[in-house]
Design a protein around this ligand. Structure first.
Ligand SMILES: [Zn+2]
Ligand SMILES: [Zn+2]
Length: 174
C-alpha cells in the first residue's frame, strides 16, 4: 500500500486499515509468517493520521494486532494482543535539527510505502519479554518438563542431593 502524497489534503488525512478487508495487510501478515511470526488473519489493524506539512509529513497512529507467540520461558504458544502507538516524521531530506523525539524516515517522490511501516511497528510493538504469563515457571533445566503443569521431581530432590554430597565429603575428610 503506497500513499500518493500529492493526492492528500493539506492538514490531517485519516485512514483506517484492517486485515479483515484490506488485502495489502494480509500480504504483511504472510510476510511476517515467513519470519516465524503468526499473526491472526483478521487480527491486524491500523488507525493512521497523515498530516501534510509540505514538503514533510507526520504519520501518527496505532497498530493493533493479535499474534501467536512461543513463550521465552516455557516455549508454549500463547496469544498476544498489542496496541502500539507510533509518531513518525517522513521528510524529504535528513534534518539535523528539529524535533528529536520524532523518528525520521527520508522518502523521495510521491509515495510513502505503508508496508515497511507496518512491519517495523509490529516489531517495535512486541514486548521486551515474550512470556505467556507474568508468573510463568518455565521449563525445568534438568528434565525439560513444563513446570507450569506441576512440579517435576528435580526441584525437591536437588537440595537433598547437595546435602548428601556435603555429608559424603565430610565423611571422607575424617
Ligand atoms: Zn510460559
Ligand atoms: Zn525437572
Amino acid at each position: 500500500m503506497k500513499l500518493k502524497v500529492s493526492q492528500l489534503d493539506t492538514g490531517e488525512n485519516r485512514f483506517q486499515f484492517s486485515s479483515a478487508k484490506d488485502k495489502w495487510l494480509k500480504g504483511v501478515i504472510d510476510h511476517l509468517g515467513t519470519q516465524g511470526y503468526t499473526v491472526s488473519p483478521t487480527g491486524l489493524d491500523m488507525d493512521l493520521v497523515v498530516t501534510k506539512l509540505e514538503p514533510d509529513y507526520v504519520l501518527r497512529g496505532r497498530l493493533g494486532y493479535e499474534a501467536t507467540m512461543a513463550c521465552d520461558r516455557c516455549a508454549e504458544p500463547f496469544s498476544l494482543k498489542v496496541k502500539h502507538p507510533f509518531d513518525l516524521a517522513y521528510v524529504r531530506s535528513a534534518q539535523s535539527e528539529g524535533d528529536e523525539d520524532l523518528d525520521q524516515t527520508v522518502f523521495e517522490g510521491d509515495e510513502i510505502d505503508l508496508k515497511p511501516l507496518v512491519e517495523e511497528q509490529f516489531f517495535l510493538g512486541l514486548p521486551f519479554a515474550l512470556i505467556c504469563k507474568e508468573d510463568c515457571k518455565g521449563i525445568c533445566q534438568s528434565c525439560g518438563e513444563n513446570r507450569n503443569l506441576g512440579n517435576c521431581h528435580c526441584v525437591a530432590s536437588e537440595p537433598t542431593n547437595a546435602f548428601s554430597e556435603l555429608a559424603k565429603l565430610r565423611d571422607s575428610g575424617r
